[in-house]
Structure formats: C-alpha cells, structure tokens
Design a protein around this ligand. Structure first.
Ligand SMILES: C[S@@+](CC[C@H](N)C(=O)[O-])C[C@H]1O[C@@H](n2cnc3c(N)ncnc32)[C@H](O)[C@@H]1O
Length: 464
C-alpha cells in the first residue's frame, strides 16, 4: 500500500516508526495542556456539588454508632420508598404463620374428635398419650409426672406432623412401644455433666440405665436422705442472720406473705424453723395455731418471737417433733387441721413423702396443705447447676435443693389446686388437697368460674 503512494516498504516502516511516537507525544501534550488550561471533559458542576454533599453525609453517618445509623435510615426517603415492600412482606409472613397455626389447630381438633370417639366406644382402648391429652383438655390438672410425659409426647406429635406434612387424614396413633421408645430417648437427665458418686459411672455404662431418669429417686445427684435435726439444732441461733440477705435479695417476703394469707381455722405449721413467717401472720382468721419443728432450739426461737409479737395469745401450741411422726404425735386425739403450712421444709426432711402423707391424714375434710418450697426449676441450665452443687448444698445447709417438688406431691397422692413457680421455677408456691375433696369454686380456672363450667374427671382403667 505504501509503494502505491510512492514510499518504499523499508522507508515506510521508518516513517511509521518515527511518526508514531511523535503523534502520541503531540496527543499527550495536547491533553495535558487542556488539563492545565481547563478540564479535559465538560463537568456538571451541580452534580459534583451533590456528590460532595453525599460523600460528606456518608462520612458523617459512618462516624455514628450503629443504632443511630439505623435511626437515620428509618427516617430517610429511601426507607419510606420501600415501606410498601416491607408492609407486604410482613403481611405475607404473618399470613404464613397464621396458616401454620390454624393448620395445627385443625389437626389437633381432628385428633381430639378421634380420641373422644375412641373413649366413648371403649375407654380402655386409649393409648397413654391419648389419655393424657383427653385429661389435659378436660380441664383436669395433670400430675407432675404425667405433665412431664405429656410434654414429651406433644413433641412426638409435632415431629409426626412435620414428617407427614401432606397427609391430611393420617392420625397420630402411637403404639405403647413407640411411646416407650420416644420417652426413653428424650427423658434423661444430664448425668454426665455433673460430678457423680462412684457407683453412678458404673450405672451409666449400661445404656438402659441411662434413660428414664426423670424422678427424684432415679436422679443420682439427689443426695441420700438424712435426719437433719442435729444440723439445724446447731445452726438455730445464726439461722436468721445467715438467710436474711439472700431472702431480701429475691423478695422472698412477698411469697411468705402469700403463704400466710392462705391460713384459716385450725392451723399447723410444720418445720416452723425460727418463725420467719410470723411477720405475716394474721391471727384474725385463725382459731388455733400449732408450730412444729424437729429442732428444739428452732421451736424455742419461734416461741420467743411469737410472744414478743402477740403477747399472751392463748390459742397457740409449740411442739418439738418430726414431720414423719406427725400422726404418731397426734396419737389417739382426734386433732385435725383446716390448713397445714410449710415453708422450705421438704428439702430438709428425711422422708418428705411420708411427711406429706402424714399431713394429708391430719387434714380436715376440705382442708388444704399450703407449701412454699424450693426445688428443681424450669430450665435445664438451672437444674444442672442444682445437680452439680447438690453435695455442697447438703454439707452447708443440710438441704436437698434439687428435689422435684411436684413429684413429691404426686407420690404423696395429693391433688394440686394452685401452683405458681417463681425464681426460674425453683420456688414452688402450692396449695394441695386430698383427692376425695371437691375443688372450691374460687380455685377453678378463671373461665370455668365465669361460665360455671364443671368437668367430669377422666377415669381410665389402664391396661398393663
Ligand atoms: C430450711 S429450714 C426452714 C425453716 C423455716 N420454715 C423457714 O422458712 O425459714 C428447715 C427446717 O426444717 C426442720 N426440719 C428438718 N427435718 C425435719 C423433720 N423431719 N420434721 C420437722 N422439721 C424438720 C429443721 O429443723 C429446720 O428448722
């Protein structure tokens, strides 16, 4: 092409080789000159100002704490513009949750119809789960052990529903073997987390021994029972000073006040200790009051405090004796009580179930046992701690603080008419009655009182 315009190839190459850098240099010079003179490209001044403003704002925002950054974002136009999207997404999430909730209610309802039909046909055909479900829904209070099992079975039902998410008609009908298997998989206490006595390690090696450890008797961390009378006899004088700050810290006064408000008629206080409940005692509702404790010194302190507070009040008695011997102590006298009250005594008794059974025997018909106790709580973390420190607690306070109080009540055969748990469930406030006594109107749940609803207890002869 170069030879066509009269330039030979070799020369042509020379020309291109020399010319190219010159052209490039000139172009560069032109550009830098322009830059010096003015800017190389036309610039939108307004946009530049706004960009700077935005940069400044961003820098300011970045220097703020995170929560203020969010506050600024929520007030910004950008957020307001996207509000519709947020509203709609929120609404969609609520709808989905509502759908799942209603679907669960629907299945539960179907399941209940099924159980009721089965019960009407043949009460003995119900599985343990079905029996507990029916009992719970009939308004009857489940016993402590039943309640534990029922909660586990409810989890099993949920898992079953999850697995059969599209099977509309399939019912949850576990066989006794299924229930047993599920129960043994779930119902275990954390035996490996706490220090254990020598023989427990051995027991744990056997997998079958590891399961079903829900009860006080099976829990290796519940210290063996012992007679704590000697311990409290030696601690009597320093007892008040030792516990008062802890009690103030957790507002125990309010619970003691509740306890003493329940008293009426002929009253017996078991394990009265140093009379820490006296402050809240109102003698107006009381015909006769007896204080009992196994430690003589404790009783003496209660007596002294009582006299200081109520002078020569005549209808009072002070007795030294063990709660386990209550019935023997009462002897052939036909003494019975309208209210038997106890605070923080079950943990110190050698045989708390026998003590409760004695109290039941000494109740008048319609009488109540009112308890303020401490024991296992509602959370594993707490219970693990109670288990972990149970031996230390026994040494320092002669107290088995990891007992399941509900289970003791169960074992004593008592019915619970009121239960409230505070301090993460470790403080138990309970009113109990003999099973043969009717429940009073004011003890019924609010809606039962309102609509005058009554329920017939679910009676089931269980097959073995
Ligand atoms: C932790 S103190 C509670 C004292 C008191 N009720 C209070 O709320 O402060 C436990 C009490 O139970 C008493 N006690 C222990 N074993 C007993 C038993 N088997 N029968 C009667 N009282 C017992 C002890 O003497 C002690 O006074």
């Amino acid at each position: 092409m170069l030879s066509r315009v009269g330039i030979r190839p070799v020369r042509g190459l020379l020309v291109v080789g020399v010319a190219a850098p010159v052209v490039r240099l000139t172009a560069t010079r032109n550009y830098s000159e322009q830059q010096h003179r003015n800017r190389p490209f036309s610039i939108n001044e307004k946009a530049l100002v706004e960009q700077r403003k935005r940069d400044l704002e961003k820098a300011k925002l970045d220097s703020m704490p995170k929560w203020r950054q969010w506050a600024v974002y929520f007030q910004s136009k950008e957020f307001k513009k996207s509000m519709t999207f947020y509203y709609l997404s929120g609404f969609a999430i609520v709808l989905v949750c509502f759908y799942y909730y209603m679907r669960d209610r629907y299945y539960e309802d179907k399941q209940m119809d099924h159980i009721r039909a089965k019960y009407a046909k043949d009460p003995e055909s119900l599985s343990e789960y079905e029996y507990l479900k029916l009992k719970a829904l009939s308004g009857e209070r489940l016993k402590a052990k039943e309640d534990k099992k029922f909660k586990l079975y409810q989890m099993m039902r949920k898992e079953f529903r999850r697995k059969n998410i599209l099977e509309y008609d399939i019912m949850f009908e576990p066989t006794p073997q299924d229930l047993e298997e599920w129960y043994s998989r779930q119902a275990r206490i954390y035996v490996n987390k706490a220090p254990v006595e020598d023989n427990v390690e051995e027991k744990n090696e056997n997998e079958n021994e590891k399961v079903k450890k829900l009860g006080n008797n099976e829990n290796p961390h519940v210290m063996p029972p012992e007679d704590t009378t000697g311990f409290y006899e030696s601690k009597a004088e320093e007892y008040d000073d030792a516990v008062k700050w802890e009690e103030r810290g957790i507002l125990m006064g309010r619970r003691r006040k509740w306890l003493m408000e329940q008293l009426h008629g002929d009253v017996l206080e078991v394990a009265c200790g140093t009379g820490r409940n006296l402050k809240y005692l109102n003698l107006k509702n009381i015909d006769l009051i007896t204080f009992l404790d196994s430690s003589e010194k404790m009783v003496a302190i209660t007596q002294q405090k009582f006299r200081e507070m109520f002078g020569k009040y005549p209808r009072v008695a002070f007795t030294v004796g063990k709660a386990e011997d209550l019935v023997t102590l009462a002897g052939s006298s036909s003494v019975k009580y309208d209210t038997i009250v106890e605070a923080f005594g079950l943990c110190a008794h050698e045989d708390p179930v026998a003590a409760l059974k004695n109290m039941t025997t000494l109740l008048k018909p319609g009488g109540r046992i009112v308890l303020l106790e401490h024991g296992r709580g509602n959370y594993d973390m707490i219970n693990n701690h109670l288990d972990f420190r149970s031996d230390k607690r026994m040494k320092t306070w002669a107290c088995r603080w990891n007992l399941d109080i509900g289970e003791l009540i169960d074992d004593a055969g008592l019915d619970v008419t009121f239960e409230k748990r505070v301090h993460f469930g470790t403080t138990w406030m309970m009113v109990c009655k003999r099973p043969e006594d009717p429940i009073a109107l004011e003890e019924k749940p609010f809606f039962d009182q309102l609509f005058g609803r009554d329920y017939t207890p679910i009676k089931l002869k269980k097959k073995d």
